[in-house]
Design a protein around this ligand. Structure first.
Ligand code: NAP
Length: 301
């Protein structure tokens, strides 16, 4: 049995349009309605034809939904919650796909008192944005973390889990605070480091920008992919997951200082030990199917 019959997606960018396409591919009888705050995005989504209906307001979009998924930037979640509050059916479940969870839960709980709110975060994405960037298989074999609030209705949680499994994701549940700490180290800190490195390279005076681009295959290029991620999304992620990111950044700075000292004092053993441990982490990621082992520096695959 399908977990939902009428799904509404608000925010039709990379993630929202991927959810819509994946629903169509895996649950073709489910009716998918969409809304985006940007009229141009609505028109493009219409032309791409991955929805059954496009509404002109957020309120109209949710009027007969049994699942509403907010796929807007983290900082817009509360405002969208307020926009749908008056029209949300009493038995509808509200979920979202935001990259940080505690602040979203607080914002949605305040905007939608009494509503059933079951937040989730599909840990899948690309550096591209907009409805053209989405695709139906984005969530295949990826993790989706569901973060039910304390006392959440277990049936509602099960339905949201069943929905993401249908889209091809593996599902894990945890509380919002723990999610934010885990993602601070696995996603938010790496993005911050990439933004920093690419920023540093572009500010250098002794090495020209054309040299940085020309010799980028030495490692820099991989950071540029992450640092090309959407500025609005990532601004909101850092502002909303401030405490966990600052804690991870503190630990990272301490570890960086230790490496700085090892290099200064010629402590090759310390460097070698660390690089051996990190290589093992890469192997585990490949073994668990979270990446493939094809050599990547040539990028011919
Ligand atoms: P995106 O491609 O930029 O799409 C977001 C869409 O929401 C845009 O079309 C945007 O319109 C629209 N929007 C913004 N404010 C709105 C509002 N108040 N009401 C209605 N629509 C509004 O971004 P995305 O990558 O899909 O990210 C969406 C959410 O998914 C974010 O919360 C993000 O944290 C989460 N997420 C992203 C990834 C990833 O890798 N990208 C992965 C997992 C989760 P405009 O562009 O015209 O403002």
């Amino acid at each position: 049995m399908l977990p939902f019959a009428r799904v509404t997606i608000i925010g039709l960018g990379l993630i929202g349009s991927s959810v819509a396409r994946a629903v169509r591919a895996t649950m073709p009888t489910v009716r998918v309605t969409g809304y985006d705050g940007d009229a141009d995005v609505r028109a493009r989504a219409d032309a791409l034809d991955f929805l059954d209906d496009i509404a002109d307001t957020a309120g109209v979009a949710v009027i007969d939904a049994d699942l509403v998924i907010l796929c807007v930037p983290v900082g817009a979640m509360g405002a969208v919650g307020a926009e749908i509050a008056a029209d949300l059916p009493a038995d509808a479940i509200v979920s979202d796909v935001g990259s940080s969870k505690e602040t979203i839960l607080n914002a949605l709980t305040a905007a939608l008192p009494g509503a059933t709110i079951i937040p989730a975060h599909p840990v899948a994405g690309t550096e591209n944005s907009g409805p053209e960037a989405g695709f139906a298989t984005l969530f295949n074999g990826r993790w989706c973390i569901v973060t039910p609030p304390e006392g959440a209705d277990p049936t509602a949680v099960e339905r949201v889990i069943a929905f993401w499994k249908r889209l091809g994701a593996n599902v894990e549940t945890m509380d919002a605070k723990h999610h934010d700490l885990v993602l601070a180290v696995t996603s938010h800190l790496p993005h911050l480091i990439a933004y920093t490195i690419v920023g540093t390279a572009s500010d250098m005076e002794e090495v020209t920008r054309s040299e940085v681009i020309k010799f980028s295959a030495g490692g820099f290029r991989d950071f540029t992919r992450i640092a090309a991620s959407d500025p609005t999304m990532w601004r909101d992620v850092f502002l909303s997951n401030k405490d966990a990111v600052l804690e991870m950044l503190q630990r990272f700075s301490e570890d960086l200082t230790a490496l700085q000292r090892a290099i200064r004092w010629g402590d090759g053993d310390q460097l070698f030990d660390l690089f051996t441990r990190t290589r093992a982490i890469r192997r585990s990621i490949i073994e668990q199917g979270q990446d493939d082992a094809a050599p990547d520096f040539g990028r011919s695959h």
